[in-house]
Design a protein around this ligand. Structure first.
Ligand SMILES: [Zn+2]
Length: 147
């Protein structure tokens, strides 16, 4: 794969995220997100509360060994907020799965395999990856603020 040099144009980060997600489809079908994590050797663990410095952090990727941490309290607050909103597009997918999918993109990009991405580009690509992998009818950034 040509990684390009510094400043290489990566084009549209959302298109990149969607393209990468489709690589995991099996016979055109969306795989369960936890199966993708397992295939990639990424463990999923849960902790009750996020670090005190980031009280609203809902999930994060830790590279060594590769693992995704789901922070139960903020995720449960988000799930309750989504339920209160009665957003049926959001209720169609578990908030845990959306966060796992998002963090999986950070795992895939950890070694810079998709070229240099600015932090905001990587976030946009990770959102689009989650959207495509799970077939979401909404953009993950539309989740309500909680805290
Ligand atoms: Zn992210």
């Amino acid at each position: 794969m040509n990684r390009g040099g510094p400043g290489r144009e990566i084009g549209d980060p959302a298109a990149l995220g969607r393209r990468v997600a489709r690589r995991f489809f099996k016979m055109g079908e969306r795989p369960p997100v936890r199966a993708v994590a397992e295939e990639l050797g990424v463990r999923i663990v849960e902790e009750e509360t996020p670090p005190a410095t980031q009280p609203n952090l809902r999930a994060e990727y830790r590279p060594s060994p590769p693992c995704i941490v789901l922070y139960r309290d903020p995720l449960d607050r988000l799930a309750a907020a989504v339920h209160a909103l009665q957003r049926f597009d959001m209720l169609a997918c578990h908030v845990d799965d959306v966060h796992i999918a998002h963090e999986l993109f950070h795992h895939l990009q950890h070694d810079g395999r998709f070229g240099p991405l600015r932090p905001e580009e990587e976030e946009e690509a990770a959102h689009a990856f989650a959207q495509e992998l799970l077939g979401l009818q909404f953009h993950p950034a539309e989740y309500p603020e909680t805290g």
